[in-house]
Ligand binder design. Sequence first.
Ligand code: CMC
Length: 436
Amino acid sequence: MTASSLTVTDNRTGKSYEIPITNGAIRAMDLRQMRTGPEDFGLLAYDPAFTNTASCISRITEIDGDRGILRYRGYPIEELAERSNYLEVAYLILNGELPTIAQMDEWVYEVTHHTWVHENVKKFMDGFHHDAHAMGMLCSAVAALSTFYPEAKNGGDPGTRKLQIVRLVAKMPTLAAFAYRHSLGMPYAYPDNDLSYTGNFLNMLFKTTEVKYQPNATLERALEVLFILHADHEQNCSTNAVRSVGSSQVDPYCALAGGVAALYGPLHGGANEAVLRMLAEIGSKDHVPAFIKEVKSGKDKLMGFGHRVYKNYDPRATIIKRMADEVFEVTRPNPLLPIALELERIALQDDYFVSRKLYPNVDFYSGLIYQAMGFPVEMFPVLFAIPRTSGWLAQWQEMRNDPEQKIARPRQLYLGAGKRSYVEIGKRDEESGTDG
Ligand code: CMC
């Protein structure tokens, strides 16, 4: 018997099994040998929402939820947010190492020179309703890119794969900015290759009559930091969607459209939008205790609080909270900030939140900054999707290179009706739908 193993006795049969433990996990397939007889399919692990299932081996992002640690390829998020920039972090996430000067120059050149989109993109963007949600437009536009690059289907070829990665990282801000301008009825602003990744994004969003758009340096840097913080977060809902859709070997545009769709939901990337709506609804600091009471009674949720993995303060929230003051010096303080601070103060003293280990997550303060920078709430999840593109692509690439990965196909526990015979419509019982 090896020290790193689990001995299990199946009390249905009295048989004992030794199951190896590797990297702190057993292989779910090792349970299959436990059967009650030849007709038995074998034991399954039941894990709705994958709360205790490792679906892959990954070397990209490490999270220690109890200690509030987040690292990309081993580098602490605090150091990257302080010293790096988004494109360097994207390179790191995608390639495993920080780039040399030459590698960085080439990467920045490639991304900068793929920011333009086919003119037809403007045509289908124009087809969206005037009040279409920016995330719906982004999701559809990313999927539509697949039709412009049919060679992307050849995901097994490393050269083709690399080109699609560059295209997606480069074009995502352009699609997002076009969606934003469409919702305002403004003409689309084309990319400016002289500007940084975030500077150009601000240009495509906010440029009006000026000949050359000059981004505000503080806001450009703030966006850079927010993008770094959102670049990857291991096997979250949208990343799992990208891996799952991508496991069918569809092209990466369609796989990422699945990721954008998953991110849109209010429990995931839509939470920052929900936080702002919640703060606006609370309306004033004085109403905070009453709102907390509603949350504790189960009538409401404190959006921007809680996390499946972090059971301590989300390290990204700490960085964002610190950065908020710098941004508010340039913009104006967000009038909703005092409500957010009061919510946090009261919640962190309340046993309901403390006992459930509910702390502010990345979305609690990010929306306040985005709003102060002039973004409408509908753009908040879009501002999450742009930087998460590098993470999704890194995870997609890792999945495609992993010989152990196959098409994602979970099992189910079937508890529905047993075999029964079809009953003609006129002969069905009103209530049960069966022959009465
Ligand atoms: N407000 C009030 N109660 C909460 C909250 C909250 N935000 N989050 C969790 N709880 C309670 C929940 O009701 C449950 O209580 P009980 O044990 O009495 O039933 C307990 O805490 C455990 O919660 P859970 O729902 O089992 O936890 P989960 O891991 O399934 O959900 C979560 C994680 C992030 C979906 C959830 O905390 C949540 O809905 N938070 C609000 C939405 C949000 O801020 N999402 C952004 C997440 S971070 C960025 C991202 O992923 O995009």
